[in-house]
Design a protein around this ligand. Sequence first.
Ligand SMILES: Cc1cc2nc3c(=O)[nH]c(=O)nc-3n(C[C@H](O)[C@H](O)[C@H](O)COP(=O)(O)OP(=O)(O)OC[C@H]3O[C@@H](n4cnc5c(N)ncnc54)[C@H](O)[C@@H]3O)c2cc1C
Length: 278
Amino acid sequence: MKLEQTSAWAGLFYFCSRVRESGKDSQAFITFPEGNGRFINFLHDKVKDKTRLKTIALEIIPNEKGVDVVCLNTETNELKGFHCEKVVFAAPIFTANYLIRDFRANPPAYVKEFQHNAWFVANLFLKDRPKTQFEKDFPFAWDNVLYESPGLGYVNATHQKGIDHGATVLTYYYPMCAEENARAKLFGLGWKELADICLTDLSRAHKDIFELTTRIDIMRWGHAMISPRPNFLWSGAREQAQKSYRDIHFVHSDLSGIALFEEAFYHGLRAAGEILKN
Ligand SMILES: Cc1cc2nc3c(=O)[nH]c(=O)nc-3n(C[C@H](O)[C@H](O)[C@H](O)COP(=O)(O)OP(=O)(O)OC[C@H]3O[C@@H](n4cnc5c(N)ncnc54)[C@H](O)[C@@H]3O)c2cc1C
């Protein structure tokens, strides 16, 4: 997102919440070779026996006795129905209008306030590290931001190997937030055009990027993190979306308006409390 598209409150919260007391240093970063996968594997391990993978909810139908859920096994293409007393809806909030039958017919106005941007992510395979151009250049770091660039910069995806020379992979991020119809525009661009955008951008800092790159893999994504836009956090939409609908309880971290693990845990615990109370 561009600065003017971003909630100042969210920006401050993101950094301030990392300081236990005013004036103290920020808490240290924790990072793992497998990234967020470390958390996912840890949490999955606890509930393995009760988890069905490769299964997505297609339709959620509240009724007199609770909620019926129709699911599809994406491996076998088998459909299965579940009669549930309660449903914990942990998918992103915008999906509620596609999944909950009553919302499809009458979409609540607040759901469209939960917006996600489109972006593309490119993995560039380099046969060697880019050379520094000037003596005062900052050394090649893990997370790198380019001055006056429309992109978000890139990370050195092999930094945790602790090797500072030779072949590497750079993961480059480009948000499509500057234009209207960004999603349609992104899908209209092919590999060549997107590769050109990322190489041209990176060449601002690394003149040798064209010679060093041997392969580029590009994915066009909807961003998994909600966009904390100005006038969204305190618009009342989050409070409305947090209320259960019949026997469906909403818990996605979208409900905090900012994507952080702590927020996901908070809403999960909140909904568990609500369900156990009833
Ligand atoms: C690149 C990246 C880096 C991040 N780094 C950090 C970090 O360093 N620290 C941090 O605190 N946070 C980080 N986050 C944010 C963090 O990952 C999220 O806040 C957190 O995962 C949100 O958890 P959640 O359970 O609310 O939702 P999600 O993790 O979004 O889970 C929603 C789940 O719903 C599933 N789903 C969707 N539709 C259906 C359906 N129809 N049927 C069944 N299932 C469905 C999805 O597959 C998904 O598994 C990062 C996010 C990204 C994208």
